[in-house]
Design a protein around this ligand. Structure first.
Ligand SMILES: [Zn+2]
Length: 194
Protein backbone atom coordinates (compact mmCIF):
# COMPACT_ATOMS: atom_id res chain seq x y z
CA UNK A 1 0.00 0.00 0.00
CA UNK A 2 0.98 3.62 -0.43
CA UNK A 3 1.50 5.89 2.53
CA UNK A 4 2.48 9.48 3.14
CA UNK A 5 6.00 9.96 4.54
CA UNK A 6 5.65 12.50 7.34
CA UNK A 7 9.16 13.84 6.99
CA UNK A 8 9.51 14.52 3.25
CA UNK A 9 5.80 14.58 2.33
CA UNK A 10 6.15 12.07 -0.51
CA UNK A 11 3.62 9.29 -0.94
CA UNK A 12 5.45 6.03 -1.42
CA UNK A 13 5.16 2.27 -1.07
CA UNK A 14 4.88 1.18 2.55
CA UNK A 15 5.22 -2.35 3.83
CA UNK A 16 4.29 -3.47 7.33
CA UNK A 17 7.25 -5.26 8.94
CA UNK A 18 6.37 -6.42 12.43
CA UNK A 19 5.65 -3.32 14.52
CA UNK A 20 7.06 -1.01 11.88
CA UNK A 21 5.93 0.77 8.74
CA UNK A 22 8.70 0.46 6.20
CA UNK A 23 8.79 3.44 3.82
CA UNK A 24 10.51 2.65 0.56
CA UNK A 25 12.12 5.06 -1.83
CA UNK A 26 10.89 8.40 -0.54
CA UNK A 27 13.25 11.36 -0.57
CA UNK A 28 14.47 10.40 2.89
CA UNK A 29 15.99 7.15 1.71
CA UNK A 30 15.93 7.29 -2.13
CA UNK A 31 16.82 3.75 -3.30
CA UNK A 32 16.54 2.34 0.20
CA UNK A 33 14.04 2.46 3.06
CA UNK A 34 13.53 3.46 6.67
CA UNK A 35 11.20 2.13 9.37
CA UNK A 36 8.80 4.03 11.60
CA UNK A 37 6.99 2.46 14.54
CA UNK A 38 3.43 2.01 13.22
CA UNK A 39 1.73 2.94 16.50
CA UNK A 40 3.61 6.26 16.62
CA UNK A 41 2.67 7.49 13.16
CA UNK A 42 -0.44 9.42 14.24
CA UNK A 43 1.24 11.06 17.21
CA UNK A 44 4.04 12.33 14.97
CA UNK A 45 1.54 13.42 12.35
CA UNK A 46 -0.27 15.45 15.03
CA UNK A 47 2.76 17.63 15.80
CA UNK A 48 1.85 21.33 15.60
CA UNK A 49 2.42 22.81 12.19
CA UNK A 50 5.26 25.16 13.16
CA UNK A 51 7.13 22.33 14.88
CA UNK A 52 6.73 20.11 11.83
CA UNK A 53 8.14 22.91 9.69
CA UNK A 54 11.29 23.13 11.76
CA UNK A 55 11.76 19.52 12.65
CA UNK A 56 10.63 17.28 9.82
CA UNK A 57 13.05 18.50 7.12
CA UNK A 58 15.82 17.89 9.62
CA UNK A 59 14.60 14.35 10.32
CA UNK A 60 14.43 13.70 6.60
CA UNK A 61 18.05 14.90 6.30
CA UNK A 62 19.00 12.78 9.30
CA UNK A 63 17.47 9.62 7.81
CA UNK A 64 19.13 10.29 4.48
CA UNK A 65 22.55 10.77 6.01
CA UNK A 66 22.29 7.52 7.97
CA UNK A 67 20.94 5.53 5.05
CA UNK A 68 23.68 6.95 2.78
CA UNK A 69 26.20 5.54 5.24
CA UNK A 70 24.60 2.13 4.93
CA UNK A 71 22.88 2.22 8.31
CA UNK A 72 19.42 0.83 8.91
CA UNK A 73 17.11 3.49 10.37
CA UNK A 74 14.15 2.65 12.61
CA UNK A 75 12.41 5.53 14.35
CA UNK A 76 9.83 5.85 17.11
CA UNK A 77 8.08 8.85 18.65
CA UNK A 78 10.77 8.87 21.36
CA UNK A 79 13.48 9.13 18.70
CA UNK A 80 11.66 12.01 17.05
CA UNK A 81 11.40 13.78 20.40
CA UNK A 82 15.08 13.19 21.01
CA UNK A 83 15.95 14.61 17.59
CA UNK A 84 13.80 17.64 18.36
CA UNK A 85 15.81 18.34 21.50
CA UNK A 86 19.15 17.99 19.71
CA UNK A 87 18.01 19.59 16.48
CA UNK A 88 21.23 20.43 14.68
CA UNK A 89 19.57 21.44 11.45
CA UNK A 90 21.45 24.19 9.65
CA UNK A 91 19.31 27.28 10.10
CA UNK A 92 21.11 30.09 8.30
CA UNK A 93 21.90 30.20 4.59
CA UNK A 94 25.60 30.05 5.46
CA UNK A 95 25.11 26.88 7.46
CA UNK A 96 23.18 25.36 4.57
CA UNK A 97 26.00 26.28 2.18
CA UNK A 98 28.42 24.57 4.53
CA UNK A 99 26.27 21.49 4.69
CA UNK A 100 26.10 21.21 0.92
CA UNK A 101 29.83 21.80 0.47
CA UNK A 102 30.56 19.04 2.96
CA UNK A 103 28.09 16.71 1.30
CA UNK A 104 29.71 17.27 -2.09
CA UNK A 105 33.13 16.70 -0.56
CA UNK A 106 31.93 13.50 1.07
CA UNK A 107 30.62 12.12 -2.20
CA UNK A 108 33.93 12.24 -4.08
CA UNK A 109 37.35 10.80 -3.49
CA UNK A 110 39.34 13.40 -5.35
CA UNK A 111 39.28 17.03 -6.39
CA UNK A 112 37.55 17.71 -9.69
CA UNK A 113 35.12 14.81 -9.58
CA UNK A 114 31.52 15.71 -10.39
CA UNK A 115 28.49 14.84 -8.27
CA UNK A 116 25.27 14.21 -10.12
CA UNK A 117 22.27 15.33 -8.09
CA UNK A 118 19.61 13.85 -10.29
CA UNK A 119 16.72 14.41 -9.90
CA UNK A 120 17.51 17.80 -8.44
CA UNK A 121 13.98 18.40 -7.21
CA UNK A 122 14.30 15.44 -4.80
CA UNK A 123 17.55 16.49 -3.14
CA UNK A 124 16.64 19.48 -1.03
CA UNK A 125 16.58 17.45 2.17
CA UNK A 126 20.38 17.26 1.85
CA UNK A 127 20.49 20.66 3.51
CA UNK A 128 17.46 19.96 5.74
CA UNK A 129 15.40 22.30 3.61
CA UNK A 130 11.68 21.91 3.06
CA UNK A 131 11.59 23.20 -0.48
CA UNK A 132 13.40 23.19 -3.79
CA UNK A 133 13.55 26.97 -4.11
CA UNK A 134 15.77 27.31 -1.08
CA UNK A 135 18.01 24.48 -2.25
CA UNK A 136 18.47 26.11 -5.66
CA UNK A 137 19.18 29.41 -3.93
CA UNK A 138 21.95 27.81 -1.87
CA UNK A 139 23.40 26.15 -4.98
CA UNK A 140 23.37 29.47 -6.82
CA UNK A 141 25.10 31.23 -3.95
CA UNK A 142 27.84 28.61 -3.92
CA UNK A 143 28.23 29.07 -7.66
CA UNK A 144 28.23 32.86 -7.49
CA UNK A 145 30.96 32.75 -4.85
CA UNK A 146 32.91 30.36 -7.13
CA UNK A 147 32.92 27.50 -4.67
CA UNK A 148 31.16 25.15 -7.09
CA UNK A 149 30.62 24.75 -10.82
CA UNK A 150 27.22 23.68 -11.97
CA UNK A 151 25.99 22.19 -15.23
CA UNK A 152 22.35 21.23 -14.81
CA UNK A 153 22.18 18.63 -12.05
CA UNK A 154 25.91 18.10 -11.98
CA UNK A 155 27.84 19.96 -9.31
CA UNK A 156 31.58 20.06 -8.83
CA UNK A 157 33.67 21.70 -6.14
CA UNK A 158 36.06 24.34 -7.47
CA UNK A 159 39.54 24.61 -5.98
CA UNK A 160 38.20 27.26 -3.63
CA UNK A 161 35.23 25.12 -2.59
CA UNK A 162 37.43 22.09 -2.15
CA UNK A 163 39.88 23.95 0.10
CA UNK A 164 37.03 25.30 2.18
CA UNK A 165 35.41 21.89 2.56
CA UNK A 166 38.72 20.30 3.49
CA UNK A 167 39.36 22.95 6.13
CA UNK A 168 35.90 22.40 7.61
CA UNK A 169 36.38 18.66 7.68
CA UNK A 170 39.64 19.02 9.54
CA UNK A 171 38.06 21.41 11.96
CA UNK A 172 35.15 19.02 12.56
CA UNK A 173 37.59 16.19 13.15
CA UNK A 174 39.63 18.14 15.67
CA UNK A 175 36.57 19.40 17.52
CA UNK A 176 35.40 15.80 17.84
CA UNK A 177 38.69 15.20 19.61
CA UNK A 178 37.93 18.09 21.95
CA UNK A 179 40.74 20.38 20.80
CA UNK A 180 38.88 23.00 18.83
CA UNK A 181 38.92 26.17 20.88
CA UNK A 182 40.01 28.16 17.87
CA UNK A 183 37.28 26.81 15.64
CA UNK A 184 35.17 29.64 14.41
CA UNK A 185 32.92 28.60 11.57
CA UNK A 186 29.36 27.42 11.59
CA UNK A 187 30.69 23.93 11.41
CA UNK A 188 31.52 23.93 15.08
CA UNK A 189 28.03 22.77 15.98
CA UNK A 190 28.04 20.04 13.37
CA UNK A 191 31.20 18.55 14.78
CA UNK A 192 30.24 18.40 18.42
CA UNK A 193 27.92 15.78 19.70
CA UNK A 194 26.99 17.14 23.09
ZN1 LIG B 1 10.42 10.52 3.36
Amino acid sequence: MKKHCLFCQEIVEMEQIGEYDRFKGCMCSHDSYYNLLSDDYSAIQDYPYDQKNKLFPYISAYIRERVDQGESVSLSLADVQELAVHNKAPSTVEEKETRLLLYLRGRVTGHGEPVNLYPLDRQYNLIASSNLQEFVYVIERLRDSERIDRIGNVLRLTSKGWREAEAMREQAESSKGGAAEGAETALREVGTDE
